[in-house]
Design a protein around this ligand. Structure first.
Ligand code: ADP
Length: 259
């Protein structure tokens, strides 16, 4: 088992409610878990707790069989890669240096990346078709390229599990699907993956496990087909929608009947 999250509660010091309340989920090796939920439900908060960036008020998180609360930052970073929401960085980096940061949990006492680290980063960039960006400034590339580089940085970290916080949020249609394809490929390569998204079709496309974080702070988790249902989605988003089977695709798609 990669993650076992049990009965988590979390409130922000400045907040007036429990954002997470009795939240539980689990993730096995090689699984993809797609997390849906309305804006403000607590998806980012949950990922931050699971990455050890926020401390839950109660409940437990076990990561690869160890209690997360007892693990050091560097131990967590060896196991967990975090792809945060796309943002404009405040510092300028060469792209290759940005990707090399992913090696930080694995560099020795003096913390300097080696020639092997650089070779690994270049080979990951090549495998993603991004090697032409290596010498560019991280500030002077597109949002889609930046999102792909956040993923490259997580891959070179060589973690067990990668947490993606809405990696498709600011991307055009083509780039959204390139990111999803990358997520699928990472699972095939043996990474376990958790991804949050606002698009039910992403859960249907990834098709593994799904979870819904509700406004009451609880989580419902199961196989994608059990969780991504018309009834559940209508509750999450508060609109009428249809899950239609598309014969040419051999899968269901989520559609809104009218405006
Ligand atoms: P989601 O990712 O599902 O959109 P978040 O986890 O970002 O939701 O936020 C959950 C709730 O916690 C929201 O009501 C949000 O306003 C609140 N919240 C998020 N960050 C903070 C913070 N730093 N301080 C106080 N409240 C916060």
């Amino acid at each position: 088992m990669i993650y076992e999250v049990k009965d988590l509660t979390f409130s922000y010091p400045a907040g007036d409610r429990k954002v997470l309340d009795g939240a539980s989920l689990s993730l096995d090796r090689g699984e993809v878990l797609c997390i849906l939920g309305p804006n403000g439900a607590g998806k980012t908060t949950l990922l931050n707790c699971m990455a050890g960036l926020l401390k839950p008020d109660s409940g437990s998180i076990s990561l690869c069989g160890q209690p997360l609360a007892e693990m050091k930052e560097k131990e967590i970073a060896k196991l967990v890669g975090y792809v945060p929401q796309l943002h404009t960085p405040s510092f300028d980096y060469r792209v290759i240096d940005f990707v090399l940061m992913g090696r930080a949990p694995r560099t020795g006492t003096f913390g300097r990346p080696t020639a092997e680290d650089e070779e690994l980063c270049m080979s990951v960039l090549e495998s993603m078709g991004l090697e032409h960006l290596a010498e560019k400034s991280y500030l002077n590339i597109s949002g889609g390229e930046r999102q792909q580089l956040l993923i490259a940085r997580a891959i070179v970290q060589e973690p067990e599990v990668v947490l993606f916080d809405e990696p498709t949020a600011h991307l055009d249609f083509g780039n959204q699907h390139r990111v999803l394809k990358r997520v699928r490929k990472m699972a095939e390569d043996g990474f376990s993956v958790i991804i949050t998204t606002h698009n039910p079709d992403h859960a249907l496309l990834l098709g593994d496990k799904a979870a819904i974080v509700s406004r009451d702070g609880s989580i419902t988790q199961g196989r994608c087909e059990e969780i991504v249902t018309e009834e559940n989605l209508e509750k999450v988003y508060g609109i009428d929608l249809k899950l239609m089977y598309v014969e040419e695709l051999g899968r269901k798609a989520c559609l809104v009947p009218e405006l």
